[in-house]
Design a protein around this ligand. Structure first.
Ligand SMILES: C[S@@+](CC[C@H](N)C(=O)[O-])C[C@H]1O[C@@H](n2cnc3c(N)ncnc32)[C@H](O)[C@@H]1O
Length: 246
């Protein structure tokens, strides 16, 4: 078991900044995993697996999971590739649930979780072989800044993978999906999570997030090369990838 803080983590950087998004994730944390599975009809697990595939997790590599939440991606990465993973999130309640999962699987030697904000990662530069964020990016208060931070902490040739919601392109499917996502899901989310706004914030934040070429441009402007993206499940989610130049 790793008792020590890995050399890549700078604990001197405070992560106690409180903002409404942080409050919201702290509030919904106890129902988060359950609602994820229910509202996505189990697709969330499939989407995470495909995103993890993109990082090609193999032994002896070190990966970063930004906005790790309850650590599903971090655990998948570590289990699949016997890789080491550091997860960072600014919600103490989400991290606590993540740590419980890591402990329950006895994976403390490969997965370590730390408090931190994506916009000022408490991590040393040029440290990670790959970095991923699943359903985190649309929440970042400054997306350009957060992507530049991820670029900073990657080693040369390190890969970034971003999994985020998008909308189906097909007109009828988009209409049907928006009906569910914008009208039905917020009601179900409110009833089950007990949080008034969290599940209306979800479609709002997805609507505001730059999609397709617009997000690819953000990756390129941050310095990433070989940027590409692919849609999953009719375009309900999109996976973006890029590499830090050598
Ligand atoms: C929708 S959850 C996704 C969690 C996890 N990655 C998953 O796949 O289920 C979004 C997570 O992003 C975290 N988050 C949002 N904005 C953040 C930021 N600026 N810095 C760090 N974490 C952030 C939240 O606390 C929350 O745990």
């Amino acid at each position: 078991m790793l008792d020590m803080v890995p050399s890549q983590v700078k604990l001197s950087v405070p992560a106690d900044r409180i903002n409404p998004i942080q409050d919201m994730f702290n509030a919904v944390a106890p129902r988060y995993d359950f609602l994820n599975g229910l509202l996505s009809a189990g697709c969330d697990r499939y989407w995470r697996k495909i995103a993890v595939d993109e990082l090609e997790p193999v032994a002896n590599r070190l990966f970063l999971d930004v906005a790790t939440g309850t650590a599903d991606i971090a655990l998948e990465l570590a289990l699949r590739g016997k890789a080491r993973v550091i997860g960072v999130d600014f919600s103490a309640a989400m991290l606590e649930l993540g740590k419980n999962k890591v402990n329950a699987r006895n994976m403390q030697s490969s997965v370590q979780l730390f408090p931190g904000a994506a916009e000022s990662l408490p991590l040393k530069s040029d440290s990670f072989d790959g970095a991923i964020s699943a359903f985190g990016a649309r929440n970042f208060s400054n997306i350009d800044h957060a992507i530049r931070e991820i670029h900073r902490v990657l080693k040369p040739n390190g890969k970034i993978v971003i999994l985020e919601f998008s909308f189906p392109q097909n007109g009828f499917l988009q209409w049907l999906y928006r009906l569910y996502f914008e009208k039905i899901l917020p009601i179900m989310g409110r009833l089950i999570s007990g949080h008034r706004n969290a599940y209306s914030y979800l479609p709002d934040s997805v609507g505001a997030f730059p999609k397709g070429e617009a997000f690819a441009s953000i990756l390129k402007e941050a310095g990433f090369g070989s940027v590409s993206f692919k849609e999953l499940t009719f375009g309900i989610t999109t996976i973006y990838t890029g590499s830090k130049h050598a």
